[in-house]
Ligand binder design. Structure first.
Ligand code: GZL
Length: 628
């Protein structure tokens, strides 16, 4: 194996260091005040595979990575530039591996082409942080990127305001049709626009996504621009091009919305400040966060999430100065103890008990004063607890919402009281995404997909028939809805498989038993597989089946979600066949988010936890290390 550049480099540094040290020692022998000169000791070499170094957005990304890494003398960066060529990016990545890098940061050209390459690196136990465009599957350490659909929605809301929400005409300057970011921005934009009045949107692709191409394309519209009210450009460079065009043609009535919101001379924030465009939506690069998380990964810090979805802001003339000032604000850890009101779901499952313990322990570890209330799975009691926290004027409120809807009023009360709200574990649906600061939890849809992917993998052929029972969690809860959705998404790939019965077990052991008892009261047992939304219902079902002489895990396949120790034991005993992990250990990430928030740092839109799939085959390898 070619000697790794890093080891070689360390040798150079060390060799260099020895020479330096010798010189320093010699020098000090002849001079009482020689300064000892230790060479920079390199602990980590981080390879950065950039899709290109041409686009301004990527230059900002590169600079952010360099500026953040410069804070750590023991870290070295090695950049490669794929010049938008996937084949070159693959060879770039191999070269970085040959250097012997400790971690790779990659911003993909073409996600489909690069996925297997990233997976190969990850499976060589080299941590991989993916930026901007997520690869398929989950063979990477961490994804950091924006939510481009949300960016599109924010641009749609801006456009509506500019047309006073009534009829109008929009020219949308899209990026390349192959760009997922552009597809998502357009989808988000139209999801807001299409629901309002009579607004026509004309899309045009600017393949190069550049200022000059945008200018030429807009100019070519000529007098048709007379009927255009708003131009939505998928980046600020195209927005500037559109401005140049409408300025030259004299169509000053046209309002312009861009995306990216950087602060350079001709970047979005200054274009807005100078009135050249009317609004821009920030699209953070994640470069700074990538280096921060890279060091956490390399230093084996626990609780690194699987995905960090960054927040975007609408920048207008009114808030441009404050926004730019906030970027330079140095977060200052608060001196006083932080008081947090935590509205927990209840005590319905092993997962919940582990979740509560994780949060209480993390609060102690972070020195946070925790006011904790559980609501016995009742939304009304959760809302009462939140109102008590508001009255007590706590610093932060955290909610694990028992169900997905019905929160707008109390969230507005918390906002009016100036108390930030974070969502832990489960999500909510609200009219305004800005009613809470961040969501920390799992990707429940992916958990449902993983359950059906495992079940599908056990079939003789994709056409094999299977009668499936679904044990649902609390109706209206986001994990229930999303796990069902994900399971059914993959189920479509198996035409012989059908969910023939489903019942709500409310995430409890007794609930799982009850569904089985009710089924057996009316049917002979004819189910081939059970998909349970959590372990407690699965174990309740397993016990009920055994009381009727049916062997769970043998006579019927049993798949569950969560991964509590009791479920692992059932895997080892062959009573369960597959467990899709859903980690309850959210405490450290939650407390870190709270202390970051109180120090003035901006929180990501979502922080998604890292999870695996366990089976009878690998349960023995993990059961001893399970923490819940
Ligand atoms: C998932 C969590 C669910 C668990 C259940 O994040 O909300 O609620 O899967 C728990 O065990 O009751």
């Amino acid at each position: 194996m070619k000697e790794s550049l890093v080891r070689h480099r360390r040798r150079i540094w060390k060799g260099g260091g020895i020479c330096l040290l010798t010189v320093a020692l010699l020098f000090s022998m002849f001079s009482a005040c020689a300064a000892r000169q230790e060479p920079d000791k390199i602990d980590y070499v981080i390879g950065v595979s950039q899709a290109n170094m041409r686009e301004p957005w990527r230059l900002v990304l590169t600079r952010e990575i360099q500026d953040e890494a410069a804070k750590y003398p023991n870290v070295r960066l090695v950049f490669t530039d794929a010049t938008d060529d996937s084949a070159k990016q693959m060879t770039d990545i191999q070269r970085l591996l040959d250097y012997g890098i400790d971690l790779m940061i990659v911003s993909p050209c073409d996600v489909k082409k690069i996925t297997p390459v990233v997976s190969n690196v990850y499976n060589q136990s080299i941590p991989v942080i993916v930026l901007d465009r997520v690869v398929e599957g989950f063979d990477y350490s961490l994804f950091i990127g924006p939510d481009n659909k949300t960016i599109g929605k924010q641009a749609g809301e801006a456009a509506l305001r500019m047309m006073n929400g009534k009829s109008g005409s929009v020219l949308e300057l899209c990026g390349s049709s192959a760009s997922q970011a552009s597809i998502d921005r357009s989808e988000g934009f139209s999801s807001v626009i299409s629901g309002e009045g009579d607004i026509q949107v004309e899309h045009v692709a600017v393949v190069s996504e550049s200022r000059d191409s945008a200018e030429d394309i807009v100019k070519a519209f000529g007098t048709r621009l007379r009927g255009i009210d708003v131009i939505f450009a998928h980046n600020d460079y195209m927005a500037l091009g559109a401005y140049n065009a409408v300025k030259q043609l004299g169509y000053d009535h046209i309002r312009i919305v861009g995306v990216d919101g950087f602060t350079g001379e001709d970047d979005g924030v200054n274009l807005v400040r100078r009135g050249m465009i009317d609004e821009t939506i920030t699209c953070p690069t994640g470069g700074r966060e990538a280096v921060q998380y890279a060091l956490e990964i390399l230093n084996n810090v626990s609780g690194v999430p699987k995905q960090v979805i960054l927040r975007s802001h609408n920048i207008t003339k009114e808030n441009a100065d404050d926004y730019e000032a906030s970027l330079n604000q140095v977060p200052e850890a608060t001196k006083r103890a932080i008081t947090v009101g935590y509205a927990q779901v209840g005590t319905e499952s092993a997962w919940r008990l582990a979740n509560t313990e994780s949060i209480k322990k993390a609060a102690r570890d972070f020195g946070v004063s925790l006011l904790y209330e559980d609501a016995d799975q009742d939304q009304g009691r959760q809302i009462e607890a939140i109102r008590r926290f508001i009255k007590m004027d706590v610093d932060v409120i955290v909610i694990s919402p028992v169900v997905d809807s019905g929160w707008d009023e109390v969230l507005a009360e918390a906002r009016d009281a100036g108390i930030p709200v974070l969502l832990s574990d489960r999500r909510v649906t609200t009219k305004d995404d800005n009613m809470y600061m961040t969501f920390i939890g799992a990707d429940f849809i992916e958990e449902g997909r993983r359950a059906m992917r495992w079940l599908g993998g056990t079939l003789e052929t994709p056409q094999s028939s299977l009668r499936i029972m679904e044990l649902e969690g609390t109706l209206g809860a986001s994990p229930t809805e999303d796990r069902s959705q994900g399971f059914r998404e993959v189920l479509k790939e198996y035409p012989g498989c059908n969910i023939v019965y489903f019942g709500c077990g409310d995430y409890t052991y007794e609930g799982g038993r009850k569904v089985i008892e009710e089924y057996l009261a009316k049917h002979e047992w004819d189910i081939d597989a059970i998909f349970s939304h959590n372990d407690d219902m699965a174990l309740g079902a397993a016990d009920a089946l055994e009381e009727h002489g049916i062997q769970p895990g043998k006579d019927v396949k049993l798949i569950s979600v969560d991964g509590a120790r009791t479920a692992f034991q059932a895997l080892v005993d062959g009573r369960l066949n597959c467990v899709v992990e859903c980690s309850p250990l959210l405490g450290p990430q939650l407390m870190k988010a709270i202390t970051d928030l109180m120090a003035g740092k901006e929180l990501p839109l979502r922080i998604i936890t890292d999870e695996k799939v366990f089976t009878e085959e690998n349960a023995k390898d993990y059961i001893r290390s399970r923490k819940y």
